[in-house]
Design a protein around this ligand. Structure first.
Ligand SMILES: Cc1ncc(COP(=O)(O)O)c(C=O)c1O
Length: 398
């Protein structure tokens, strides 16, 4: 996407608007597959559940991680036309229900699809036995989340010390444990988390084997980091570590899954907003834009993520603050952005905002979530008015 294309989208659709570039989605998926050839990528739908994104990744050959019945049905929409046997094969091979805690109604609804579901405790096991006896199981392990932007280990994952007992108990009550899973925390820039998690999983698998239980699947979860800043090490370096551990620790015939969310969608989206207010407070210029932390910038609150705003306008920049449109004092997008002197109606944009952003936007204060515009939705679709002179956006996405 060029700056010119973005400006023309804002003109055509108004603001706030989020532009999702499907060429970038396809590139991100291809990059994941290229660097981790032994790993089947299950897109974590929660990161951005836009049906168009799911469709593009489905067409690219991706599998899916869902964590609610609604997400399951969003993926199912793409396969409902398939003959029953093919549909069932897809569900079994290409969907994982990766929320370790499920209401009984969800289990009841899922049972007829015979999906692979995760669990990490005794009560869940009993619930699955009662309400979804046809589901296959993957046991979620607690692993270090050290340094990850979003930490998950205090909420999910069984203690590795009780893992084999939880596996044995599942078999004892007539269920089948197919796999082990873990999550190293989202935006994991400490690659040692993956190494440690894989070592923990390998040890659990070895112990299970000595008790006669063969585990066939390893699900290495999400956490693959996005280059929000220059300090994030390249994905290829993480992939090298993961590939080496796969070869070193696991049998050749083990199936390896991953659940990348952020990695596939973050760099595919740019949000555009308009300056709707301007004031000077304590000597600092404050801009108010027609988006907010309750809307596209919700990742600031829920995802602990920072986004930087840029302007199309050129000129000398100064440190300023940017606030959202709502009346809440919490609605502060940034206290220190470097922007040129902007006027009411000028546009600003934020890159790398495709993950955990519009997915958690609300209608707070009567403001609707930003409109979403999809570009390059179909492979080979001509990008209108490509202008080589315009600034190329998002060099990080490649
Ligand atoms: C079970 C599970 N899998 C996958 C993901 C996606 O993680 P990420 O976006 O860091 O790749 C999450 C995110 O919270 C998750 O909870």
């Amino acid at each position: 996407m060029t700056t010119r294309q973005l400006q023309s989208i804002a003109k055509e659709h108004g603001t706030p608007v989020v532009v999702i570039d499907h060429d970038v989605l396809r590139r991100n998926y291809a990059k994941f597959r290229k660097h981790l050839p032994r790993v089947q990528a299950y897109y974590a739908v929660k990161a951005n559940p836009e049906p168009e994104i799911i469709r593009t990744l489905y067409r690219a050959g991706a599998s899916f991680d869902v964590a609610s019945l609604a997400e399951f049905m969003l993926v199912h929409e793409n396969i409902k036309h398939l003959p029953a046997t093919q549909r069932q094969a897809f569900i079994w091979d290409k969907i994982v229900y990766a929320n370790p805690i499920k209401p009984k109604e969800t289990l009841q609804a899922l049972d007829r699809y015979k999906p692979l579901v995760t669990y990490d405790n005794w009560a869940e096991l009993r619930k699955i036995r009662q309400h979804a006896p046809n589901a296959g199981l993957a046991l979620r392990l607690r692993v270090p989340n050290t340094g990850s932007m979003v930490e998950l280990s205090s909420k999910f994952g069984c203690d590795p010390g009780e893992a084999v007992d939880l596996i044995e108990e599942a078999f004892r009550i007539g269920l089948v444990v197919e796999g082990l899973s873990f999550h190293v925390g989202s935006q994991c820039t400490n690659f040692e988390n993956f190494v440690q998690a894989m070592n923990i999983a390998a040890a659990v698998m070895r112990e299970a084997k000595t008790r006669g239980r063969e585990i066939k699947i390893l699900d290495i979860g999400g956490g693959f980091p996005v280059p929000y800043t220059r300090h994030v090490k390249p994905f290829s370096a993480l992939a090298r570590k993961i590939n080496a551990e796969i070869d070193r620790l696991f049998p050749k015939d083990i199936e390896i899954l991953a659940e990348p969310g952020r990695f596939l969608v973050a760099t595919a989206a740019v949000s555009l907003a308009r300056v709707i207010g301007k004031a000077v407070r304590d000597g600092k210029t404050c801009y108010y834009i027609d988006d907010s932390v309750y809307h596209t910038f919700s990742g600031i609150i829920f995802d602990h993520c920072e986004y930087h705003l840029k302007a199309f306008k050129k000129g000398k920049t100064e440190i300023c603050a940017v606030f959202g449109q709502t009346c809440d004092g919490l609605d502060s997008i940034s206290q220190s952005e470097e922007l040129p002197d902007l006027e009411i109606e000028d546009l600003v944009y934020a890159e790398n905002i495709g993950a955990y952003s519009s997915a958690s936007a609300t209608w707070f204060n009567g403001f609707a979530p930003a409109k979403i515009v999809h570009v390059n939705q179909f492979r080979g679709q001509a990008t209108k008015s490509r202008n080589t002179a315009a600034t190329k956006l998002n060099p990080l996405a490649n």
